[in-house]
Ligand binder design. Structure first.
Ligand code: GLY
Length: 428
C-alpha cells in the first residue's frame, strides 16, 4: 500500500478550492495545506499566509512541513519558476517548469510553435512595433483579434469589429501600457468562428490523460454579451464534443503539442489546458494554458473518477497511461456569483447568507473564490466570490441543482448569469 502524503495547494481561488476538495477525497491525503487559500478553503485545509509570489517562502514551508506533493493553481507562480525552485530543493511539485509554461506566458511563442509544428490554429502576425502593427491591421478584413503577448489576467484579448477598434486595442497595449510589459508585443489574429471548448489533460512529459471536457462562459452578461471576465460559469460534459471529436482533438492538437514541447526542449509535465474552437474547417487551437482552468476545474474535478493524488504522482513519475479518465458523475454546472460591478469596479466586505443550509446537499458543492472570515460571518473579498456547482446525471439536472442553490445564497449586490449551461442544449 502506498504511503500517506502531506499536500500543499498554491493559490486562493475557486480552482484551488476544487483542487483541495478533490485531493482531500483521496485516502492518500494525510494532511492538506493551502497557501494562501481563502475562508472557504479554510474549512477543508490548513491555510498558511504565504503568497504565491514568495517562491522561497513556499519552498521553505514545504521543506519544514515535509510536504510530499505540491500542486500549483495559478499561472503566475509557474511563470516565475516555482516548479524549478522546488525541484532544485528536491521537492515534488505538479506543474510545468518555467520553460514549459512559456506556452501560456507568451501567446506569440505559443502561436509560432503551433505553426512551426503544423498544429491547426488561426492565421496570425506578431509585432513589437506599434506602427507595423497598425499598418498590418489596416490591411486585414475585420473582425480581428488583438492579444497582448504576456499574462494579462484574462483581460488581454480584444475582438475588434472594426479597424478603429483594433487600433484602439493596439495603442492601449503598446503605447498606453494597459497590460504593462505583457502588452509591449501583440499578436493580431484572424477571428475564428464556432463554439469553443476547453480540454484539460494531465501530462507526464510524454503521455496525456484526458479529463472530461468543459465549456466556459466568459462574457459578463447573459447571451454572451458584454466585456469578458475571468469566467462566469461553465458546464461539463460538452454535448457538441462527441467521443470521436474529442479523440480528434487529442490526435490533431493536444498530443502534437506535447510532442512539440518535447522537441523544443521544453517537456511538459502538469495540466495542459487547450482552448479549442470548432470551425467549419475543423478543430483549431485558440491558445493554451499551463494550469487547471478556472472555473472549469469546478465542474471537471467534481465529475472526475479516480484518485487525483495517485494521478498527479503518476504524472510526476512519468507513468501516466494515455487515454481518458472516467467520470463519476454524469454532469456538472458551475454558476459564478460575483460582486455587483465586476469586471469593473465593485465593493467587498458584503456579508454572505445562506451557505450553512447547503452544506449537507449531495448535489451541490460551493467553491469559494474570494471570501474572508470576520466576526460577523463570511464576507466577500473579490470580484468572483463563489462558484456554485450543481451535479446531476444530466446537464438539465445539474443546472437545476446549481440554480436551486444560488437562489438560497445572497449578499448585497450579488450578480450571476442566468443562462449557464443552457447553450449546451442548443448544440446538443
Ligand atoms: N477559464 C479560462 C482560464 O482558466 O483561463
Amino acid at each position: 500500500m502506498k504511503s500517506g502524503l502531506r499536500i500543499l495547494v498554491v493559490g486562493s481561488g475557486g480552482r484551488e478550492h476544487a483542487l483541495v476538495w478533490k485531493l482531500k477525497e483521496s485516502p492518500r491525503t494525510e494532511r492538506i495545506f493551502c497557501a494562501p487559500g481563502n475562508a472557504g478553503i479554510a474549512q477543508q485545509a490548513e491555510c498558511v499566509s504565504i503568497p504565491g509570489s514568495d517562491l522561497s517562502g513556499l519552498a521553505d514551508f514545504a521543506e519544514r512541513e515535509e510536504i510530499g506533493l505540491t500542486v500549483v493553481g495559478p499561472e503566475m507562480p509557474l511563470a516565475e519558476g516555482i516548479v524549478d525552485a522546488f525541484q532544485e530543493r528536491g521537492l515534488r511539485i505538479f506543474g510545468p517548469s518555467r520553460a514549459a509554461a512559456l506556452l501560456e506566458t507568451s501567446k506569440i511563442w505559443c502561436k509560432q510553435t503551433l505553426s512551426k509544428h503544423n498544429i491547426p490554429t488561426g492565421c496570425f502576425a506578431a509585432f513589437d512595433d506599434v506602427t507595423d502593427a497598425l499598418t498590418y491591421a489596416e490591411t486585414q478584413e475585420p473582425p480581428l483579434v488583438v492579444k497582448a503577448d504576456g499574462l494579462a489576467a484574462g483581460k488581454g484579448v480584444t475582438v475588434a469589429a472594426t479597424f478603429e477598434e483594433a487600433q484602439t486595442a493596439i495603442k492601449a497595449a503598446m503605447v498606453a501600457g494597459a497590460f504593462g510589459d505583457s502588452g509591449r508585443r501583440v499578436l493580431i489574429e484572424e477571428y475564428l468562428e464556432g463554439p469553443e471548448v476547453s480540454i484539460m489533460a494531465l501530462a507526464d512529459g510524454e503521455n496525456l490523460l484526458r479529463l472530461p471536457a468543459s465549456q466556459d462562459h466568459k462574457p459578463i452578461f447573459d447571451g454572451d454579451k458584454g466585456p469578458n471576465t475571468g469566467g462566469m460559469g461553465c458546464y461539463s460534459p460538452v454535448p457538441l464534443l462527441s467521443d470521436d471529436l474529442a479523440e480528434q482533438a487529442m490526435e490533431t492538437i493536444m498530443r502534437p503539442t506535447m510532442a512539440a514541447m518535447a522537441a523544443e526542449g521544453r517537456p511538459y509535465v502538469g495540466c495542459l489546458y487547450g482552448g479549442l474552437i470548432l470551425t467549419d474547417e475543423g478543430l483549431k487551437a485558440l491558445e493554451f494554458n499551463c494550469r487547471f482552468g478556472d472555473p472549469e476545474s469546478q465542474v471537471v474535478l467534481p465529475r472526475l473518477g479516480g484518485d487525483l493524488v495517485d494521478l498527479l504522482e503518476a504524472a510526476l513519475d512519468g507513468q501516466l497511461g494515455d487515454g481518458e479518465l472516467p467520470s463519476d458523475r454524469g454532469a456538472a454546472v458551475c454558476v459564478v456569483m460575483a460582486s455587483g460591478g465586476y469586471p469593473g469596479e465593485y465593493q467587498t466586505g458584503k456579508l454572505i447568507h445562506g451557505l450553512d443550509s447547503l452544506e449537507s446537499t449531495r448535489d451541490v458543492v460551493v467553491f469559494h473564490a474570494a471570501t474572508t472570515k470576520t466576526d460577523e460571518g463570511l464576507v466577500t473579498s473579490g470580484g468572483r466570490v463563489l462558484g456554485v456547482t450543481g451535479l446531476g446525471d444530466t446537464l438539465p439536472e445539474a443546472i437545476d441543482a446549481a440554480y436551486g442553490a444560488v437562489d438560497q445564497i445572497g449578499f448585497d449586490g450579488a450578480y450571476w448569469r442566468r443562462d449557464i449551461g443552457r447553450r449546451a442544449g442548443e448544440v446538443g
